[in-house]
Design a binder for this molecule. Structure first.
Ligand SMILES: [Zn+2]
Length: 392
């Protein structure tokens, strides 16, 4: 039951209140007529509950027009400001707007072409964000910050991708500065695995321990390291770059220029390539979905990748001894087909008595781990007095 429902007078009223709040959060902003349609409640009930919610400060209403008619747009109250979390992946991007209470106001995603370029993607992010803000009758002035997660390490000193090859066509410009100029609010850029690690360490599975590791098994492989309850980035932001640990000295050439990196064995291309002769043109997502359904060939390649990844993570475990290891990213969507061989490799590679105390677990936030971490990163980086300013 949503926390918004507390204080209502009856179970039915509470349930109806929760329905309305959930609909407002899901769609960003709705008129009362739209809310009645979305919740199957009468307009009189919607009107009474919206009035109660706005008196308690949980929602706001403002005039708008729909199909030429004036109406009241209902949104979650956001006097304290909004946070935008952006996840740029290898083949898609996601944008989320939340209030400072981390309640989601709007969520959007968009496919990206392979080998996308910085300038066009940053244009799309800016346009999408402005559109999403418009949908909830807000604008860029309402943003207290934007955090962008990227699938590559970012050098904290320069703001650039830390080394060449891993995110081609993104290497020449500091992304944060470009977006800051366009939106006029603080922008942070961080490796996606670091953000997911931050999410787990703050609100997720690793919240009760000081040292933890998040393994991000996606189109590429990387990890986020939290030591002493703080994100550990290492020199030039490259800590946790497990994708570029050499696992086969005679292997293929990796995007980073080295030979036989883990990524040449567990990355999206490495997973789809061995299936082409038998399965034809398959995508990374197809392979994962089929593996989860029990297709033996797809399950084989996912399990092999999980084993290779588990062996490298075993080395990280030996070096850093984290209490908790969490896994996320598309590859983990294959479920036990991924998790069982990954766990076995992690245990089997450890010296006697030094295997992890706890088995690795899937992310507490599923596909949202990076976005949750991005929101937390902005909130943790924002001066608390900024949140208390009267923005009305
Ligand atoms: Zn490499």
């Amino acid at each position: 039951m949503s926390r918004w429902a507390s204080g209502s007078q009856s179970g039915l009223r509470e349930a109806n209140t929760a329905k309305i709040v959930d609909a407002v959060k899901r769609f960003g902003g709705l008129t009362q007529v739209e809310l009645a349609e979305a919740t199957s409640l009468s307009t009189a009930t919607v009107s009474a509950i919206v009035k109660e919610l706005s008196l308690s400060g949980l929602v706001e209403t403002r005039p708008t027009s729909r199909s030429g008619r004036r109406a009241q747009l209902v949104t979650i109250a956001r006097r304290a400001g909004l946070v935008a979390a952006v996840q740029i992946g290898s083949r898609s991007m996601k944008v989320r707007l939340t209030d400072v209470g981390q309640d989601v106001l709007a969520d959007r995603s968009m496919p990206l072409p392979a080998d996308h370029a910085e300038d066009t993607v940053l244009d799309r992010i800016t346009l999408l964000l402005i559109d999403m803000l418009g949908m909830i009758a807000a604008d860029a002035d309402d943003l207290i910050g934007v955090c962008i997660g990227v699938p590559a390490p970012v050098d904290p000193a320069s703001g650039l991708i830390a080394y060449p090859g891993v995110m081609r066509r993104w290497e020449s410009q500091p992304v944060a500065q470009v977006v800051e100029q366009r939106l006029g609010c603080p922008v942070l850029v961080e490796k996606d695995a670091n953000l997911a690690a931050l999410a787990e360490a703050t609100l997720g599975t690793a919240r009760d321990v000081a040292d933890s590791l998040f393994v991000h098994a996606s189109y590429t492989a990387s990890a986020g390291v939290v030591l002493g309850s703080r994100l550990y980035r290492g020199r030039s932001g490259t800590a946790g770059e497990i994708g570029h640990v050499q696992v086969d000295p005679t292997g293929s050439i990796c995007a980073c220029g080295q030979r036989g990196c883990l990524e040449t064995v567990v990355g999206a291309d490495a997973i789809t390539a061995p299936l082409r002769a038998t399965y034809g043109q398959v995508t990374f997502k197809d392979v994962i979905a089929r593996a989860a359904e029990g297709d033996p060939g797809c399950a084989r390649v996912v399990a092999d990748a999980a084993t290779a990844l588990g062996r490298v993570v075993a080395g990280v475990h030996q070096a850093l001894a984290p209490e908790v290891i969490t896994v996320g990213g598309e590859l983990t969507e294959a479920g036990p087909i991924f998790l069982l061989p990954f766990t076995s490799a992690l245990r089997d590679t450890a010296p006697q008595g030094r295997s992890p105390r706890r088995d690795p677990v899937p992310s507490s936030f599923g596909k949202d781990a990076v976005l949750v971490g991005a929101t937390i990163h902005i909130l943790q980086s924002t001066d608390p007095s900024r949140l208390l300013e009267d923005r009305s």
